[in-house]
Design a protein around this ligand. Structure first.
Ligand code: NAD
Length: 553
């Protein structure tokens, strides 16, 4: 059907603004609560079925017959779904669909685009909360709390705060004068956005698409194969909320095949990526190789890995520090880009802190995501399991390290790795430097007198700069760390764990090898998805080319 959008735009004779919202409250899921009852029923249903996930291009479901399996990481013989993988042909179809949908979508008034995203938020907050949580729990191996704060609350927050930030951007206009009027038109990018999402956060997957979409762009979405179940349900919610066909095109499949074909398109206008820095570097290089082809310079936004630290001064309170080290390192099996994975603890505190850590770890139960007393679940897949285990094995063999807790790995049923603490005498030990992305914390115990020297080590040991925390009750020591670690973390915590950033409260992202630091969940991210046009309209135009002084005798 053809629409006349000039008429539509003319109707939009009002400036709409959306106030800063409150964060979505986290539900408790206590026994007998309505949310617990609904969630348990949904988990049961999802565990008893095996759904078929199609490719979705231009709103049409496509089945190629090239099938992959979605299994539970905590029980890898349990198949939750099968999914169809794209070939080159479907990637090209997705590019065409995104470009076709753009013609209408970019002309839809922003208040209408926002109303669709707010409707998505409301559907996830209500009708689909259990579905999005259950699919994230089973498919990505999260316990209910980890799923609730991600797949439900954070995604809802992204959408509601984006509404506010979008109107804040649109309202930012230049000055005008009596003689002329100036304005900025916030155009979407000229082309499509390639959204590439990681396995670990359902909310990020949603936002990688919906942030560009609310600013009038269309996207092609490459989901992580290990997050396809929850991601597919998101597509269903988008459809129910009235997101027009082709605005988001869902193309599961092999990353390298998809990446190669997308990057070769002249219409690639942006990449919105979250994942490892190895993959982001591949995409960035691919863009460089194709630079001569593009209509515009593609905007590259990537949030990548981390080697996040907890740094304790000897004035830190041991119980608080120990709690932060356990929660910050082991929640969601350490598979958060922000998870603490190296700690610097002064010798005078370590004995006491270690005992407290062990006491806390005694309470950790490992098991299935649908068991409600479980703290730690399986890691995402076999490749990840093998990689994490290789660091544990390396420590076991090394004379510079000792595994003081955990270290048991078992993939017979699910990909289970015990929360593990390594203590090393070498501050540059492999597991102090490299991202492991699992439940492994390496501790370096330093001499109390070497506080500044050790801060310098912390600053220079890893190439990343995502999150970090200083634990201190001595203001001068805190300020010293604040100063010396200025570029070591894009999200810097004082007396808190380095995880758990919330939209609207702690805009998230880091620099160095951790990404472009465009702060997901803030106007800084949304602004990357516009290409402003400046318009100057003159009321009475000049009729003379000479300046006054030229006419003086
Ligand atoms: P990954 O890099 O392995 O995969 C990310 C996505 O890229 C997946 O969808 C994958 O299929 C796709 N991909 C891989 N090769 C590709 C190619 N050549 N072309 C196109 N797409 C390709 O990351 P992951 O294992 O899914 O996620 C874990 C990583 O994500 C960790 O490094 C973690 O630190 C990072 N992460 C960062 C943040 C942040 O905000 N900084 C948030 C979450 C996760």
């Amino acid at each position: 059907m053809k629409f006349n959008f000039n008429f539509y735009i003319a109707m939009n004779n009002a400036v709409f603004s959306f106030q800063m919202p409150n964060n979505e409250p986290v539900k408790t899921y206590l026994k007998g609560s309505p949310e617990r009852v609904e969630l348990e029923a949904t988990l049961k249903k999802m565990r008893s079925e095996q759904i078929e996930i199609p490719i979705i291009i231009g709103g049409k479901e496509i089945k190629t017959g090239n099938i992959g399996k979605v299994v539970m990481p905590s029980d890898h013989n349990h198949v939750l779904a099968t999914y169809h993988k794209v070939s080159e042909k479907e990637v090209k179809m997705a590019i065409d669909a995104a470009m076709e949908a753009k013609k209408l979508w970019e002309n839809v008034p922003y208040v209408e685009r926002i109303s669709i995203t707010l409707r998505i938020a409301e559907l996830i907050a209500t009708k689909y909360r259990a579905v999005i949580n259950a699919s994230t729990m089973l498919g990505q191996s999260k316990n209910i709390f980890q799923s609730e704060i991600d797949a439900a609350c954070e995604l809802i927050d992204f959408l509601r705060f984006n509404a506010h930030f979008a109107t804040q951007i649109y309202g930012d206009q230049p000055n005008s004068m009596n003689s002329h009027n100036n304005r900025l038109e916030y155009r979407p990018l000229e082309g499509f956005v390639f959204a590439v999402s990681p396995f670990n956060f359902t909310s990020i997957a949603g936002n990688l698409n919906l942030a560009p979409a609310v600013m009038g762009n269309t996207t092609i979405w490459k989901p992580a194969t290990t997050a396809i179940l929850s991601n597919y349900y998101l597509m269903k919610v988008f459809k129910e909320a009235g997101l027009p066909d082709g605005v988001i095109n869902f193309i599961p499949g092999q990353g390298s095949l998809i990446g190669k074909n997308i990057l070769a398109s002249k219409d690639l206008a942006g990449i919105h990526f979250t994942g490892s820095n190895v993959t982001f570097n591949t995409l960035w290089k691919g863009v460089g190789d194709n630079l001569d082809k593009y209509v515009s310079y593609p905007k590259l936004v990537g949030e990548t890995g981390g080697k996040d630290f907890i740094f304790a001064h000897n004035s830190a309170y041991p119980q608080e520090l120990a709690t932060a080290m356990v929660a910050g390192s082991f929640e969601f099996q350490g598979q958060k880009c922000s998870a603490a994975s190296r700690a610097y603890v002064p010798k005078s505190l370590w004995g006491d802190v270690k005992n407290r850590i062990f006491a806390l770890m005694d309470q950790i139960k490992m098991g299935q995501p649908y068991e409600f007393d479980v703290f730690v679940n399986a890691v995402i897949d076999e490749a990840s399991f093998d990689n994490i285990k290789s660091y544990i094995d390396f420590a076991k063999e090394s004379k510079e390290a000792e595994i003081v807790r955990g270290g048991v790995c078992d993939k017979s049923k699910g990909y289970f790795i015990e929360p593990t603490i390594i203590v090393t005498t070498n501050p540059k030990f492999k597991s102090m430097e490299e991202e492991i992305f699992g439940p492994v914390l390496t501790v370096y115990v330093y001499e109390d007198t070497k506080y500044e020297e050790t801060l310098e080590l912390c600053n220079t040991t890893s190439p990343y700069g995502l999150t970090g925390a200083i634990w201190s009750n001595d203001k001068y020591a805190t300020l010293k760390a604040f100063d010396m670690l200025r570029y070591a973390a894009g999200n810097f915590y004082i007396n808190d764990k380095p995880t758990g950033a919330m939209v609207g409260l702690q805009p998230f992202g880091g620099s160095r090898a951790s990404g472009t630091n465009d702060k997901a969940g803030s106007y800084l991210n949304l602004i990357r998805w516009t290409s402003p046009r400046t318009i100057k309209e003159t009321y009475v135009a000049a009729t003379d080319i000479l300046y006054g002084y030229m006419k003086e005798k």
